[in-house]
Ligand binder design. Structure first.
Ligand code: AHR
Length: 497
C-alpha cells in the first residue's frame, strides 16, 4: 500500500495560474488551420478565428498564450504583421518547412484571440535577427496610450487604446536557433534590449530572458550573475526561461506517438520525471543569487516530441496524442505545482496540431486530446494554495531501473476545497493508496479519472471520446484518511470538502 500525506495546514504559496499556459508558434498548422482560418472560411469563425477552438480553450481556463515562437520569433519582424492584410509582405518560414508565411495572422489578430479566450498575451521578441529599436517600438505600439509614432500607427490600424501587454520574452533559445550565442554574449544583449523595452502607463513589463536548454546549468549561472539586478526592477530580468522536451528516442528516431511498446512508455515516463531534477537544480542556482525568489523560472516550452505522423510534412511537427501524453502532462503539472515558489509560468508546446497539442484539427473537425483533458482536470489548482505532499510508494521497474510509480500534488482553493492530483504511471499494476489529509476532516470526496484500456489509446477524428474524463469512485473516506485504488496508467484528481 502506498502512503501519501498532505499537510493541509501548511499551505503558504499560491500556485500561479500561469503555469497552465500554452505556446503557439507560426509552425505547421498551429496558427493557420489551428486558430486562424480567415474571415471567408466555411469553418465557423469570428473575425477569422475558429469559434470551436476559442470555446475549448476557455473551458480549460488557459491563462496565457506565448507567441509568435519559438525559433520563428527570432526571425519575425512584427511590422510585417500589421495593417491591411492584402498589403502585408510575405516571408519564408525557414525553420519550419520553408513555407511562405503571408503574415495574415499578426499582432492585432493575436491580441483579438487572447481577448476572446480571456487569457494574457505573452509575446516573444526578436533578438536573434531584430534590432533593439524594433523591439522597443513593438512595446510602444502595444502599450503607449498617447501620441507617439507607434501609438499613432496602432490607432491608424484600428485600435485606439493600448493593448497593455505585460509578458515579454527577450529572444528565444538564443543558445541555438535564436543566434547561437554564448551565455555571456546573450546576457549583455539582454541587458541592452531590456533597457529599451520601456514601461508605459500602468503596465510594468515582466521581462523573460532566454534561459537554459535542459541541463545547461552554466547558462543559468551566467544569467543570474549578469542580469539579475536586485533592487532594480526596471532593468533586471523578471523571469528566466527553461526549455525541456520529453523525447523517448535518440534523434533522428524520436519514436512514434502511437506505435510504441512498454519499454518506450517507461523511457518516456523516466524522461518526463527529469523535469523535477531540472527545476530543482536550476532553482538551486537561482537561490544562490535570489533567495527571495524574485525571479521566476518560466518553463515556456515543455512536452513530448515524437516523430511526425507518417505522411505529414516533417517540418510541421504534427503528432498524435495518447494516454501516454496524459501521464506526461500530469507528471509535469504536478512538478510545477510542487515548485510553485519558483515556477510561476509554464507553456506546453504547442496548443494545436504541433508536438504535444491539447487540440488537433482536420478541416472543420476538432479533437480534444488526452492532454487537453488533463489541463481540464487540473484547472482546479490554478491560483489555489499549494499543499506540501509526501509520497511513499512502490517503484515501477524495468531492466533494473526504477522510478516512482506515483506522482502527486495538492492544493486548497479559496472555497476551502482540497484537490489532490495523482498519476499512476505503472501501465500494469493498480496502486492501493492510503491518502491522509493531515489537519482536515472532509465530509465528502469526489473524483475524476483519465485512463483507457491501452497505453496507445488516443482520440481520433472518427472517435473523439476514447480517452476522456470519467467519474472516479473507487475510494472510501474515514476521518482524514481516504483509501483508494488507482488503476494502472491513470491520472486522477480528487476533491475533498
Ligand atoms: O516548439 C518547437 C521548437 O522547439 C521551438 O521553435 C524552439 O524554441 C524549440 O527548439
Amino acid at each position: 500500500m502506498s502512503r501519501i500525506a498532505v499537510n493541509v495546514q501548511q499551505g503558504n504559496v499560491r500556485i500561479n495560474r500561469h503555469i497552465y499556459g500554452n505556446f503557439s508558434e507560426h509552425l505547421g498548422r498551429c496558427i493557420y488551420d489551428g486558430f486562424w482560418v480567415g474571415e471567408g472560411s466555411p469553418v465557423p469563425n469570428t473575425r477569422g478565428l475558429r469559434n470551436d477552438i476559442i470555446e475549448a480553450l476557455k473551458k480549460i481556463k488557459m491563462p496565457n498564450l506565448r507567441w509568435p515562437g519559438g525559433c520563428f520569433a527570432d526571425e519575425y519582424h512584427w511590422k510585417d504583421g500589421i495593417g491591411p492584410r492584402s498589403q502585408r509582405p510575405k516571408m519564408i518560414n525557414t525553420h519550419w518547412g520553408g513555407v511562405t508565411e503571408d503574415n495574415s495572422f499578426g499582432s492585432h489578430e493575436f491580441l483579438d484571440l487572447c481577448a476572446r479566450i480571456g487569457c494574457e498575451p505573452y509575446i516573444c521578441g526578436n533578438v536573434g535577427s531584430g534590432t533593439v529599436q524594433e523591439l522597443s517600438q513593438w512595446v510602444e505600439y502595444m502599450n503607449f496610450d498617447g501620441q507617439s509614432p507607434m501609438a499613432d500607427l496602432r490607432k491608424k490600424n484600428g485600435r485606439e487604446k493600448p493593448f497593455n501587454v505585460r509578458l515579454w520574452g527577450i529572444g528565444n533559445e538564443n543558445w541555438g536557433c535564436g543566434g547561437m550565442m554564448t551565455p555571456e554574449y546573450y546576457a549583455d544583449l539582454f541587458r541592452r534590449y531590456a533597457v529599451y523595452a520601456r514601461n508605459y502607463g500602468d503596465t510594468p513589463l515582466f521581462k523573460i530572458a532566454c534561459g537554459p536548454n535542459s541541463d545547461n546549468y552554466h547558462w543559468t549561472e551566467v544569467m543570474m550573475q549578469k542580469t539579475y539586478m536586485k533592487g532594480n526592477p526596471r532593468n533586471s530580468l523578471h523571469g528566466l526561461s527553461l526549455h525541456y522536451y520529453t523525447v523517448p528516442g535518440d534523434r533522428p528516431d524520436r519514436g512514434s506517438a502511437t506505435v510504441f511498446n512498454e519499454k518506450e512508455w517507461f523511457v518516456t515516463m523516466k524522461k518526463a520525471y527529469f523535469m523535477d531534477e531540472l527545476v530543482q537544480k536550476h532553482g538551486a542556482i537561482m537561490d544562490q543569487y535570489d533567495p527571495e525568489k524574485y525571479v521566476a523560472l518560466v518553463v515556456d516550452e515543455w512536452g513530448t516530441w515524437y516523430d511526425v505522423e507518417p505522411g505529414t510534412n516533417p517540418g510541421f511537427l504534427y503528432q498524435q496524442n495518447t494516454l501516454r501524453d496524459a501521464l506526461v502532462a500530469g507528471i509535469h503539472l504536478n512538478i510545477f505545482n510542487n515548485y510553485a515558489e519558483r515556477v510561476r509560468i509554464a507553456n506546453i508546446a504547442q496548443t494545436i496540431n504541433v508536438l504535444q497539442s491539447v487540440i488537433l484539427t482536420e478541416g472543420a473537425k476538432m479533437v480534444l486530446t488526452p492532454t487537453y483533458h488533463v489541463f481540464d482536470m487540473y484547472k482546479v489548482h490554478q491560483d489555489a494554495v499549494k499543499l506540501p505532499v509526501y509520497v511513499e510508494c512502490d517503484n515501477y521497474t524495468m531492466s533494473n531501473i526504477s522510478i516512482p510509480a506515483l506522482s502527486a500534488s495538492a492544493s486548497v482553493d479559496h472555497e476551502d476545497c482540497i484537490h489532490v492530483s495523482l498519476c499512476n504511471i505503472d501501465p500494469n499494476t493498480e496502486q492501493k493508496v492510503r491518502l491522509e489529509l493531515r489537519g482536515a476532516s472532509p465530509s465528502k470526496v469526489t473524483g475524476q479519472i483519465i485512463s483507457s484500456a491501452n497505453m496507445q489509446d488516443y482520440n481520433s477524428f472518427d472517435q473523439g471520446d476514447k480517452v476522456g474524463i470519467k467519474e472516479f469512485k473507487d475510494m472510501a473516506i474515514s476521518g482524514s484518511t481516504i483509501t483508494l485504488r488507482l488503476p494502472a496508467k491513470s491520472v486522477v484528481t480528487l476533491e475533498a470538502v
